[in-house]
Design a binder for this molecule. Structure first.
Ligand SMILES: Cc1cc2nc3c(=O)[nH]c(=O)nc-3n(C[C@H](O)[C@H](O)[C@H](O)COP(=O)(O)O)c2cc1C
Length: 218
């Protein structure tokens, strides 16, 4: 991306935020995770820029803060969250590197300066236990750094979600696959009812199948 492309992209995010609020969305989650553009800036393996958008943690994170600075001129940041996947490694085009921890520590510290609705963190998608550069327990690590609301994601069930909340390591837990398979997940958790199992064959496939055809309890 040339500098002009970056400026245009920052403005596109701003316009996206304006559009979402105009369309009466409750809020906006700025997706800075899972190998999408913003994470490509954060990661050394995908960012080899030598200008002010690359080369060190602060510069690699710059675009995120430029976007937030623009969004806050048009939308109350209390309606904005940021999603981060600090230990994404070896998939989605991103690898953990020797500056990953420094980069995300910088990012989350700086996010304290923004009065966001929340940050939405993801525990490692893959086994990173042998990777000395990877944060092993993401929400535990960032709980010590972030002063606002933390949503944690990946691999939780009712019991593990309850535990992470009771331990105070996160404020909220989000569910992906369990929610896809159980449109009434909250109701089922309330009643301790059995869950439908997600069918991985239909993940990431086009069409309705596997998205809107799981049964509710009744
Ligand atoms: C079918 C499917 C599609 C997904 N699509 C996206 C996506 O477009 N963007 C994204 O960031 N994460 C996506 N995810 C990942 C989820 O947001 C979530 O991080 C992941 O499922 C782990 O949470 P879970 O263990 O509760 O399922 C998807 C997950 C599934 C199962």
């Amino acid at each position: 991306m040339k500098i002009d492309d970056i400026k245009r992209t920052v403005n596109d995010f701003k316009q996206g935020a304006i559009n979402a609020i105009k369309a009466e969305f409750d809020g906006i989650e700025l997706h800075a995770a899972n190998g999408y553009l913003l994470q490509q800036f954060f990661s050394k393996n995908s960012n080899n820029r030598t200008d002010q958008y690359g080369g060190n943690p602060e510069d690699r994170a710059r675009i995120l803060f430029e976007i937030l600075d623009e969004i806050k001129t048009v939308v109350d940041l209390k309606k904005v969250g940021v999603r981060l996947n600090p230990s994404l490694d070896g998939i989605m085009g991103i690898s953990v590197d020797d500056e990953t921890i420094e980069t995300y520590t910088y990012i989350v510290n700086k996010l304290n300066e923004y009065d966001l609705a929340y940050i939405h963190l993801i525990e490692p998608f893959t086994d990173v236990s042998n990777n000395k550069y990877a944060i092993q327990e993401v929400t535990k690590y960032f709980r010590k750094i972030y002063n606002g609301t933390i949503i944690i994601n990946r691999g939780f069930n009712k019991d593990t979600a309850t535990k992470v909340l009771e331990d105070g390591d996160a404020d909220l837990v989000s569910f992906g696959a369990p929610f896809i398979a159980n449109p009434d997940l909250v109701e089922r958790y309330k009643k301790d009812a059995p869950l439908n199992l997600p069918n991985k064959e239909t993940f990431y496939t086009p069409g309705k199948e596997g998205y809107i055809d799981y049964p509710t309890l009744n």
